[in-house]
Design a protein around this ligand. Structure first.
Ligand SMILES: [Ca+2]
Length: 320
């Protein structure tokens, strides 16, 4: 009996070791490490779960992203920055309401800006995080008649906009980007600043969105389309790091304007005075569990579960 128990224990230890070891090469095979590069004004990053291109030089800042596990060829999602404008929140709901709220002067149209690429910065070895920025500075003089009668001539503004992109490989199905805006000169104390962009879709590999995003839905600043998502916070930060202020943010959306394809999204910021504005949305691809990719933590749970089942089976056997 003693001999048999020892034998069972040896078999058990060998089996547990086998289960654990057998998982290791599989885990290692999933993590190929990211690819990233920059040429002709296009920054691109591919992880195991998301493909991403950011084009900015001499054109509108444009995020292309896609499911790196879908080679059917699948869809590309396009988020194109469009405009910043001050608006009168006529219905006082904190969001930009197209057709009801009125713009104050013509908007700052982003395609007119030149963008400087920062180069890539990585953290960790092997790489854990990837960062890159696009920065633009421009003198902007609002044009067109003021919407409300009592305003004076438009003021010229020295605007700096920075787009800071962050990829954390611990969550490699998504990317965060911070938008920093500095230098906005408000016409009215009680108006909102609106950041407008469009979301569209194309077949994978197309340079521009060619269709409305599939099954676009938006609620409380969270948008889903195809198997992608965009999450936007309900607050932004204004000021510097030592004295940050929290700013209310409200998102709304509507059909795109004439001549544009896609869904227009409007992010409205409450008045933040002369401070710099920081805002950090997230873009990502849904990991729906049917892509054949199992992450490391899931695998440990499965391996742990298998070990427990084996232990129970052997204990039951030994009790007989
Ligand atoms: Ca409104």
């Amino acid at each position: 009996m003693v001999y048999n128990l020892m034998k069972d224990k040896k078999i058990l230890i060998a089996f547990v070791a086998f289960v654990l070891l057998a998982t290791v090469p599989f885990v290692a095979a999933q993590q190929n490490g990211p690819d990233y590069g920059h040429s002709n004004g296009v920054a691109s990053v591919t992880t195991d779960n998301i493909g991403l291109k950011v084009t900015a030089t001499n054109q509108v800042p444009h995020f292309h992203f896609w499911d790196a596990n879908d080679s059917t060829p699948g869809a590309d999602y396009h988020v194109m920055f469009s405009k910043f404008f001050e608006a009168n929140d006529t219905d006082d709901d904190g969001t930009y309401t197209p057709g009801t709220d009125q713009r104050v002067y013509d908007p700052l149209t982003l395609p007119s800006l030149g963008w400087e690429f920062s180069g890539f910065e990585t953290e960790g070895n092997p790489t854990e995080k990837i960062h890159f920025n696009f920065t633009s500075t421009e003198t902007f003089t609002p044009q067109g008649p003021p919407t409300l009668a009592d305003t004076g001539p438009p003021t010229s503004m020295d605007i700096t906009i920075k787009i800071l992109v962050h990829i954390d490989l611990a969550n490699d199905n998504e990317m965060k980007f911070d938008i920093m805006l500095d230098g906005w000169d408000w016409t009215y104390d009680d108006s909102i600043l609106v950041f407008q962009f469009t979301i569209s879709e194309s077949q994978h590999g197309e340079e521009n969105g060619t269709a409305e995003p599939t099954n676009f839905q938006g609620q409380n600043g969270n948008f889903t389309f195809g198997n992608a998502y965009m999450e936007t916070a309900q607050t932004a930060t204004a000021g510097n790091e030592t004295a940050p202020q929290t700013i209310q943010v409200r998102a709304s959306h509507g059909s795109s304007e004439a001549g544009e394809t896609g869904e227009s999204v409007y992010i409205a910021f409450e008045n933040f005075g002369n401070e710099s504005l920081y805002y950090d949305p997230t873009l990502g691809i849904e990991s729906d569990g049917f892509t054949g990719i199992i992450d490391y933590n899931t695998l440990l749970i499965i391996a742990g579960g298998a070990t427990v089942i084996v232990l129970i089976a052997i204990v039951l056997k030994m009790r007989k």
